[in-house]
Write a protein that binds this ligand. Structure first.
Ligand SMILES: *[C@@H]1O[C@H](CO)[C@@H](O)[C@H](O)[C@H]1NC(C)=O
Ligand SMILES: *[C@@H]1O[C@H](CO)[C@@H](O)[C@H](O)[C@H]1NC(C)=O
Length: 850
């Protein structure tokens, strides 16, 4: 708590010094974000560069925004390059040496709202119910409404709050309300396309101080476009006032803020400010949007947004951390998966998927190992009934995972009423611990090391508000966060096609985690590079020392991208509570036998969790674009060619549910204990030996046998597995020694590093003056390849547009409101380093809500 109050002071200090928001004029001005050393005066930098200092970038310390008139050139890049050249020859010092990072801002691809069209027969169930005689659930509903004084006209239609038809299929909130827990004191911000603060159903709870319109640069996030309705509908689910208008929010006494960002194109700088907006007051940020859910996008927030999110969990809410809630995405029918979205797979967000009023998995709700929980939304003929834009307007067709995330956010607001001291991680623990597994016979649940059930479709299950609030009452705050990063593990092996995979193990010792002050796991992330000529053919599994399996990536039939995975980070919440000690195995598969093939280049395991000693805990440094670039810090590894289907998902995501679970009857593993001292300290740079794979073999085998003979269905499964285990074991004889630091010429990464070395000399290689021109060109080419099979011929026409023309086109499409052409994250400069744009491979997005 001491740490928290200290951080709180720091946080409040930042708030006080935060610059006023300046309106942006993207038609006439260019904007640059510079990260300066704390002793460098932004005003002097502005003078030196001939720019106007617009103030600090939101809540990001030492980040400043500068403007100048619009021009083709990246003037900061040019000046910094010149400065470095001069420094090398003269060795003098200069104000520009205090620039740690610079990025010219570009309008980014618009995020998509995660709503859906309402089902056609959306009133069917309601009518049916009204005709039927009153049942027990209806009587209870009337009694509750009477006791609490709820006379909202559509309260009876709000089945997600009290379902009188499919009894039990609601958020189980009524007895929480009866205890007087209705969200008092809690504040939720809806980051979306606006919030109608003049709606009679919202104005009583509207929180102006936490609200801002980043699209039209005004204090009121009022819906202005004809389809700016999504945010208001989300807001109604959380905080619609108990009155005579429409229904009630799940936390009807909470305050609701609107942060409008989805109605026009914005830059990474704007989004970074928005995601930290009023973060000492706004407690929960509900985000029902993200990159397109088209089954082929793979997009993560830019570095400034990543920094803003980390900043929020470290400084927001007086150091307890802002709580981000994200909708998992609506692309399941496209085989999209929320691990291809850098917002939903961030460890800082609680990712929420959907179930429908019958408790079924709706066709749209995305699966992934980063999904923590699900709650109610559209499907089975109905949707969420909520407030709409207008003084007294209701909506009965709100749906998609868009409607699930705010419902969860509202439930978390109830929790914060009674436990405002919970940290962002406490909230994740609470949600994980109290979620209720559903549809348990679907066969895709596995029991985790701590005895919880996890499904990639439902996360840890559905939120039970009552259970969550009860557990919150006595929740003991967890210790601060700690982390362990493995070195880069180089593989550089061709991936066999078909059901076989390429398995690589890494041994984590007790000593490593002790040195990292890491007691038990929460999140696990894997950053990896896989070169492949058809990305959608790939799948990746991660198997923990306790034999719990994360499907980090699944094959996606629509994903024809030719760049594979480039420093992409996957995330898993499946290993929550494990010790982390032992052999971690990653299996990369090329699931389709065809002409497209690839190579598993390297990977990097990061374990995140609770610290052993709070006193030794530190705050994670801000992410740098160069964070994943230190591939020189390599360990060579043994690889195991071939693997077993018993620990792998079927080739396609859609058949995931139909198959037996990976470990139907896997016993709950007890935590390894007392191994700290005896355990062999494996040095991060140890030379390869037979031990990693040998360990893998001995520990894998026993886990398969208990599953044998469980049912006829499973037996078939197991027989296949045994055959493959034989293949696997013979594969153990094959070890590959990969020389440290030695790179194959064919490795695309080497090409990139060559670019890096040439950084200062690369001037003029391309029209924009940025380095890495060849790389960018290649990426653009891949983009259009990726869309070549699509039906939108229009897109092809723009592949040769210059940056300026593209800008024009973008505006045009924006006003059309149909499509937008976005960008990779803006150009950037890092002193002496890298400006690799990383994971932004999606350049075109559609704005149409699905
Ligand atoms: C719902 O809340 C009630 C208390 O009102 C509780 O007894 C019950 O266990 C909760 N969960 C379910 C699934 O009913
Ligand atoms: C991919 O296939 C081509 C053509 O058969 C072959 O030349 C190449 O070596 C293969 N690459 C890998 C990584 O297997």
């Amino acid at each position: 708590m001491k740490l928290h109050s200290l951080l709180g002071l720091v946080g409040l200090g930042c708030l006080a010094s935060a610059a006023q928001l300046q309106p942006r004029n993207y038609e006439a001005q260019d904007y640059y974000v510079l990260h300066l050393s704390s002793e460098t005066a932004p005003s002097q930098v502005a003078v030196k560069l001939g720019l106007t200092h617009e103030g600090q970038l939101g809540e990001l310390e030492d980040h400043h925004i500068f403007s100048t008139h619009k021009q083709e050139e990246d003037v900061v890049h040019t000046a910094l390059k010149e400065r470095r050249r001069r420094k090398r020859s003269l060795g003098d010092s200069d104000i520009l040496d205090g620039v740690k990072f610079a990025q010219k801002q570009k309008l980014k691809a618009r995020m998509e709202k995660r709503g859906l069209m309402p089902p056609r027969d959306s009133t069917g169930d309601v009518l049916e119910r009204q005709d039927a005689p009153a049942n027990e659930a209806q009587l209870k509903q009337s009694a509750i409404a009477k006791t609490l004084g709820i006379s909202d006209p559509i309260f009876n239609e709000q089945w997600h709050l009290m379902n009188t038809v499919q009894v039990g299929h609601d958020v189980n909130v009524s007895d929480v309300w009866m205890q007087g827990i209705t969200g008092q004191g809690a504040i939720v911000a809806i980051v979306d396309d606006g919030l109608d603060m003049y709606s009679d159903d919202l104005k009583g709870n509207y929180f102006a101080e936490g609200s801002y319109d980043f699209n039209d640069n005004t204090l009121e996030p009022k819906p202005r476009l004809s389809d700016d309705k999504h945010g208001t509908r989300c807001a109604g689910e959380v905080s619609a006032v108990k009155n005579d208008v429409c229904g009630v929010g799940v936390a009807w006494d909470s305050k609701i803020a609107g942060i409008r960002i989805l109605s026009k194109l914005i830059t990474d700088a704007d989004e970074a400010v928005a995601m930290n907006y009023a973060f000492q007051k706004n407690q929960i940020y509900s985000c029902s949007w993200g990159p397109p859910d088209d089954g082929r996008s793979m997009d993560a927030p830019g570095i400034l947004i990543k920094r803003a999110m980390l900043n929020a969990v470290q400084k927001g809410r007086a150091g307890l951390g802002s709580i981000y809630v994200f909708a998992s995405g609506n692309g399941a029918a496209n085989e999209d998966n929320c691990n291809f979205d850098g917002y939903t797979n961030s460890i800082y967000s609680i990712t929420v998927g959907a179930i429908d009023r019958k408790g079924l998995h709706p066709y749209y709700s995305e699966k992934c190992s980063a999904q923590l929980v699900v709650t109610y939304s559209s499907g089975s003929g109905d949707a969420i009934h909520t407030t709409d834009v207008g003084t007294n307007a209701c909506y009965s067709g709100h749906g998609g995972t868009s409607a699930a995330a705010p419902l969860a956010a509202g439930i978390f607001a109830l929790v914060l009423q009674i436990r405002p001291d919970l940290t962002w991680r406490d909230m994740q623990y609470l949600v994980m611990q109290t979620a209720l597994p559903i549809d348990i016979d679907s066969g895709e649940w596995q029991t985790t090391s701590i005895g919880k059930k996890f499904s990639h479709t439902f996360g840890y299950g559905k939120i039970d508000t009552w259970a969550t609030v009860e557990a919150a009452k006595n929740f003991v705050n967890v210790k601060p966060q700690a982390w362990y990063y493995s070195p880069w593990i180089h593989v550089n092996q061709a991936i066999p096609q078909g059901e076989q995979g390429l398995a690589v193990s890494f041994e984590v010792s007790a000593a490593m985690l002790k040195a990292a002050n890491l007691e038990r796991l929460e999140h696990v992330t894997v950053t990896m590079n896989v070169a492949h000529t058809r990305r959608g053919d790939l799948s990746v599994e991660l198997i923990s020392p306790d034999k719990v399996v994360s499907h980090l990536s699944v094959s996606r039939r629509m994903d024809q991208a030719t760049e594979g995975y480039e420093d992409w980070t996957f995330m898993s919440v499946v290993h929550w509570g494990e010790s982390g000690i032992g052999t971690w195995t990653i299996i990369v598969k090329d699931t389709v036998v065809n002409e497209y093939n690839g190579t598993f280049t390297d990977w990097h395991l990061k374990l995140w969790g609770e610290s052993i000693d709070s006193e030794k805990a530190t705050l994670l440094p801000m992410p740098e674009e160069t964070d994943d670039d230190n591939h020189a810090e390599i360990i060579s590894t043994t690889t195991i060619a071939g693997t077993t289907t018993s620990i792998t998902p079927p080739a396609t995501a859609t058949s995931l549910m139909a198959n037996p679970t990976d470990h139907p009857d896997r016993p709950i593993n007890s935590k390894p204990s007392g191994t700290d001292e005896e355990s062999k300290p494996t040095s991060a740079t140890s030379t390869p030996s037979a031990s990693p794979s040998a360990t893998a073999a001995s520990s894998w085998l026993p886990s398969f046998f208990p599953t044998f003979g469980v049912s006829a269905k499973t037996q078939v499964w197991i027989y296949g597995s045994l055959a493959l285990i034989l293949i696997f074991c013979s594969g153990l004889g094959i070890y590959f020694y990969i020389a440290r630091r030695k790179r194959l010429l064919a490795n695309p990464r080497d090409e990139w590093e060559f670019d890096l070395l040439e950084e200062d000399e690369a001037e003029g290689l391309n029209g924009t003056g940025r380095k890495g021109g060849a790389k960018n060109k290649r990426r653009a080419g891949e983009l259009y390849d990726a869309f070549a099979a699509g039906s939108d011929e229009e897109e092809d026409q723009f592949s040769d547009l210059s940056e300026g023309e593209e800008e024009e086109r973008r505006k045009y499409r924006d006003t059309e409101g149909k499509h937008v052409i976005g960008d990779e994250e803006g150009d950037s400069d890092v002193e002496g380093g890298d400006e690799k744009t990383g994971q932004h491979d999606k350049l075109i997005g559609s704005t149409e809500p699905k």
